[in-house]
Design a protein around this ligand. Structure first.
Ligand SMILES: *Cc1c(COP(=O)(O)O)cnc(C)c1O
Ligand code: SF4
Length: 332
């Protein structure tokens, strides 16, 4: 019996919703599954109330057993280090609150708006810059009126949270309403679900996404080559084969992907599914994520090493989001 899935607005659970419901929420349970419950890592865990551990089993299955430094585990395990208060790390590092046009509608850049569709995610990434965002105020359908009123907007980006944690029924309705706004040409989704819960890429999703007049673009979010397995590859290939442009953005994270070999392997894993790397983000300085920060100088070196090893189209743009800038700033 699945009762919680009422939150996703549907009483009959799809397979992916069932899987989501069976996610891991207890840090010690996760360490036990990975056979590292007696490692020193256990003493470093933060037991959180708010932005707690959340990770689907399908993602846990790709973590290496017996390795406290596993790059996937590091992305999700809440550590006591998160409680450190550091100068320069804030609750809203990219200035979301000052660019709100309507509740949940953010516009920073010309021609495109970002619609916060939900606060829910399938996974809680410890470095997430929106971990302190006030989601309860987001009203995606109400925001459409202010999109309609601005004829300079040609692209709507569904973000969150993770937009694919909503049901296909609701998303189809949203896509339909967006397609009715004449100036909109592209519908973009920023989602981590094809990586962390690949069963989310189902027939219903492909139907509404390819069934509008809008050009679909999906920006996935993978940080490490170990995040790919056969199920993920197949999910990504389904999107690509349906004619959807699929790009990837990553965050450069200390202890996860801050070496050239990892980043090169990630680009290769992406292109293996015909996904192109788009952005490699420097960490947004959000309260609780300081232990993931990699210096700009090291980041530039890593990009140089990628340029030596890879064709240009497999080298992502290294970017930093700077409040008040008209685009994401490329670091060279
Ligand atoms: C990142 C971001 C976008 C998208 O920027 P692109 O450079 O087009 O990928 C749009 N709106 C907001 C608020 C963003 O943070
Ligand atoms: S999936 Fe995206 S929005 Fe959700 S916690 Fe991870 S980084 Fe943040």
């Amino acid at each position: 019996m699945i009762t919680e899935n009422l939150v996703y607005g549907q009483s009959i659970a799809a397979d992916w919703q069932q899987e989501l419901h069976n996610s891991i929420y207890k840090p010690m349970q996760l360490l036990e599954l990975l056979e590292i419950a007696d490692s020193p890592l256990a003493a470093k865990i933060a037991h959180k109330q708010g932005f707690r551990l959340q990770v689907p089993s399908a993602y846990v299955a790709r973590m290496r057993k017996g390795d406290p430094n596993d790059p996937l585990l590091r992305q999700v395990l809440p550590l006591l280090e998160e409680n450190r208060q550091l100068q320069g790390f804030s609750h809203d590092p990219v200035g979301d609150s000052i660019v709100e046009k309507a509740p949940g509608l953010l516009q920073k850049y010309h021609g495109r708006v970002l619609l916060v569709t939900t606060g829910a995610c399938a996974i809680h990434c410890r470095y997430c810059f929106r971990q302190h965002y006030h989601y309860s105020t987001a009203k995606p359908f109400a925001a459409l009126e202010s999109i309609r009123a601005d004829t300079s907007i040609t692209e709507v980006i569904l973000s969150g949270g993770d937009p694919l944690s909503l049901t296909d029924q609701r998303l189809a309705e949203l896509a339909h309403n967006i397609a009715e706004i004449p100036q909109i040409q592209r519908l973009r989704l920023h989602t981590r679900l094809p990586i962390v819960l690949p069963t989310r890429v189902n027939d219903e999703l492909l139907a509404w996404l390819t069934g509008t007049r809008l050009q679909p673009v999906i920006v996935i979010h993978a940080n490490h080559a170990n995040e790919f397995d056969e199920t993920v590859n197949q999910a990504l290939m389904r999107l690509v084969n349906a004619g959807i442009t699929v790009l990837n953005q990553s965050v450069l994270l200390r202890g996860v992907n801050d070496n050239a070999a990892s980043l090169i392997a990630l680009s290769e894993a992406l292109f293996n599914c015909r996904v192109l790397p788009y952005y490699l983000h420097l960490l947004d300085r959000v309260q609780g994520a300081a232990h993931f920060e990699v210096s700009t100088a090291i980041a530039i070196e890593l990009i140089k090493e990628m340029q030596i090893a890879l064709p240009g189209y497999l080298v992502p743009k290294l970017v930093r989001e700077i409040e008040g800038m008209a685009y994401k700033v490329v670091i060279k």
